[in-house]
Structures are given as structure tokens and as C-alpha cells.
Design a binder for this molecule. Structure first.
Ligand code: ADP
Length: 383
């Protein structure tokens, strides 16, 4: 791929004169008959920004993407592209590049013809079509495959061609709907790397990336919008959302955090660096994501790799019993049941085999030395 392969000039319209968003979604609601698939979604994507819509299956991610692409009509709300209202425009009048999970290449057309398709539909002159097809295939490392048919390509290569097809029209907005989920683990990882490089090659393009996979969201997105049950739960810069998740749901969905019930021991403000909480039989410092009052029940966010294993009678450890061990190559995931007032399972990742106790053995679970994030309790919030 070459950084200069796609000319930037055509992206100038990605922002309107007032410097507004490349994609604007305002209070969008979509229904399929009785099913509310999306409720009141508001979200902006700036020019050059990648926003991942992350959430479990059925949370409304694809529906949001389809509404932006123009594949469905919302019941309420507005969609703008560079400030222009396109809510009821057909897809071909939006100038958006779209890549879906199953490639959707035309099987009877060679790679070059697939990539040229959108350009011909736009009546781009022949010589220009040829140039842009080569450019786009170059960007995804597929220039040598122009004469092949899709059936002569691997899944990963087909998806690269689908991406080249979307890029050939030089869209200011690119929508990607689970583009890696049909691929096996190795191809998925390769293409994720390609997408990261491509991202750097397209500094002006606004990208909306739908995925249920936190790895992809963390690797690619500037911001992540966490979706659940047709609604936006949390939206923030990727690193902030991971480091200081504001809700139980986001903590457990993004980073598989353990949530430990904790009692707040002193009233605190969101800006406070720490607050004392009681968890199990321990008193520890926690990092509040919002204001809490003394005596309030909250949840301590403890990621598996930050927890440690100690002797069961260790003074700063929560007593537990090991009920399962899973070797994962790079580490062992231990599942333990905490003993005490509230019995709950807790996951710990350890890299040292010597730290793995025997199944059924009692152990102490140590919390990290830096304060864990503290989030409010939400009914039924766990992912
Ligand atoms: P996600 O992309 O997060 O998996 P979707 O946006 O595909 O979720 O779906 C959101 C909700 O809308 C789900 O409950 C799903 O079953 C429903 N849904 C999606 N497409 C249709 C459709 N064509 N007809 C009826 N219900 C649909």
C-alpha cells in the first residue's frame, strides 16, 4: 500500500464549511415491525476519525450502519453527511464506501471489474477507471490479482478486494460492517493489521466500524460507541473507555473485567483521585468514575490480568477456591469462586505456571496496587 495512492483532494467535502462532522446521526430510531432495533442514537464521526460501534449481537450496530448507508428508512431522526441531510436519499446518492461481512463480490466478474463497478456506475472515463482500480488494489496489496475471479481468492483476499471496491470511488465516508468476522483467526489478525495501515493511508476519511470484537475496536478506533439493546451505552476515546469505563456493561464488555461489589466508605466527587471502599473483608482505595456517597453500593472493576494469586491467609487477599484452569498459550485463565458474604466467580490471568494452584485448592486473590476503577451499580448490566 502507498500513502499517496488515493488523492486527498476529493475528500475536501468531508467537512462542511463550518467544520462540522463527516457523519452526523441525530436521535435516530429504527423499527422492524414491532422490533425497535435502534432507539434515539446520536453520534458524530469527524473527518479522519474512526468510530467503532461495539456491542453484542442484536444490539443495533448494523442497523445504525445501514441507516447511514441508506439501506433502510429510519422511523425518526436525521442523518447528515458533511452537514447535508441525507436521511431519505438513496444509497447511490450518498457517495459512501461500504464493506460488509461476506464480501458480496460479483462472482462472474474478475477482480478488476468488481473494483471498477462503482466507477462505471458513476460514468467515470475509462482511462480514469483503470487508474483508480490499480490505485485501490494497490492500497490493499492486491494489484497482482486483478485478472482473477473471486472464487480463485482466499476469504481474506476477497475481503481486500471488497475494501478496494469501496475505496475506488474515493469516498469521504467508509462504513465497515464486521469485515473480519467471516475469516479464520490468522487471516483476521493479518487483515486487522492491513486495516490499521490503511487507516494511516486515509487520513481524511471518516470510518464507522461495526464489530462485536473488542480487539478490533481497540486496535482501530479513535472512539468507541458501546451499544446494548438498541441503545448507545457509552461513548468515549478508546483508551479512556478502556482505562476508566463509566459503566458495568462497558467494563465487562471491553476488557472482560471482573465486577466486585464494594461499599463506599466516604463521600467523594468524580474528580477525586481515590476513595476508600470495602470489598470482601478488605478496605482498599478505588478510582471513582463519578460522585458516590458514603454507604453507597458500587462495583469495583478488576481486570483479570491485574489480579494476583497469593496464599489463602494473605492479609491483603480475598479468599477463594480454584474451580477451573484454562491454558491460553500466552497465559492461564483461572476461574475461582470467592468465599465470603457474596459468592461469585472471578477470573485471574497469570503467566507463571508456578502460580497456578491445583484444582479445588484454596487461594488468596490480590488486587492490583493501583486503585481499581469504581462504577455505579446498574440493574442487569453485566455483559
Ligand atoms: P447487531 O448489528 O448489533 O447484531 P442488528 O442491528 O442487526 O444488531 O439488529 C438489531 C435488532 O433488530 C435485533 O433484535 C435484530 O433481531 C433485529 N433485526 C435486524 N434486522 C432485522 C430485520 N430485517 N427484520 C426484523 N428484525 C431485524
Amino acid at each position: 500500500m502507498t500513502a499517496t495512492a488515493i488523492e486527498r483532494t476529493e475528500h475536501a467535502h468531508a467537512t462542511d464549511a463550518s467544520g462540522g462532522s463527516a457523519i452526523g446521526i441525530e436521535d435516530l430510531t429504527v423499527r422492524y415491525g414491532p422490533v425497535v432495533a435502534l432507539e434515539g442514537l446520536s453520534l458524530d464521526v469527524a473527518r479522519g476519525e474512526t468510530v467503532a460501534l461495539l456491542g453484542p449481537s442484536g444490539s443495533g450496530k448494523s442497523t445504525a450502519l445501514k441507516a447511514v448507508a441508506g439501506f433502510l428508512r429510519p422511523e425518526a431522526g436525521r442523518i447528515t453527511l458533511a452537514g447535508r441531510d441525507v436521511t431519505y436519499d438513496p444509497p447511490n446518492r450518498r457517495g459512501i464506501g461500504v464493506v460488509v461481512q461476506n464480501y458480496a463480490l460479483f462472482p462472474h466478474m474478475r477482480v478488476a471489474a468488481n473494483v471498477a463497478f462503482g466507477l462505471k456506475a458513476r460514468r467515470v472515463p475509462r482511462a480514469e477507471v483503470a487508474r483508480r482500480v490499480t490505485e485501490a488494489l494497490d492500497m490493499v496489496g492486491m494489484a497482482n490479482y486483478a485478472k482473477r475471479y473471486p472464487r480463485e481468492l482466499s476469504g481474506g483476499q476477497q475481503q481486500r478486494v471488497a475494501i478496494a471496491r469501496a475505496l475506488a470511488i474515493r469516498p469521504p465516508v467508509l462504513l465497515l460492517d464486521e469485515p473480519l468476522s467471516a475469516l479464520d483467526a490468522t487471516l483476521r489478525s493479518d487483515l486487522l493489521g492491513e486495516l490499521q495501515r490503511l487507516r494511516a493511508d486515509l487520513p481524511d476519511v471518516a470510518i464507522m466500524y461495526v464489530t462485536h470484537d473488542q480487539t478490533e475496536a481497540l486496535a482501530l478506533a479513535d472512539r468507541i460507541a458501546v451499544m446494548r439493546d438498541a441503545r448507545l451505552v457509552d461513548l468515549d476515546a478508546t483508551d479512556r473507555l478502556y482505562r476508566r469505563p463509566p459503566s458495568e456493561f462497558t467494563a465487562s464488555f471491553l476488557g472482560a473485567a471482573n465486577l466486585l461489589p464494594a461499599d463506599v466508605l466516604a463521600t467523594c466527587a468524580a474528580e477525586d483521585a481515590s476513595v476508600r471502599v470495602a470489598v470482601g473483608g478488605l478496605t482498599v482505595a478505588a478510582d471513582p468514575t463519578r460522585a458516590f456517597t458514603e454507604g453507597q453500593r458500587a462495583m469495583l472493576v478488576a481486570r483479570p490480568h491485574t489480579l494476583g494469586v497469593a496464599a489463602v491467609d494473605h492479609p491483603n487477599a480475598l479468599p477463594a477456591r480454584l474451580i477451573a484452569t484454562q491454558w491460553r498459550g500466552a497465559d492461564y485463565r483461572l476461574t475461582c469462586t470467592l468465599e465470603g458474604a457474596v459468592e461469585q466467580d472471578i477470573r485471574i490471568d497469570v503467566t507463571d505456571v508456578a502460580a497456578v494452584p491445583a484444582l479445588g485448592e484454596r487461594l488468596g486473590v490480590t488486587l492490583p496496587s493501583t486503585p481499581c476503577v469504581l462504577v455505579p451499580v446498574t440493574a442487569g448490566a453485566t455483559a
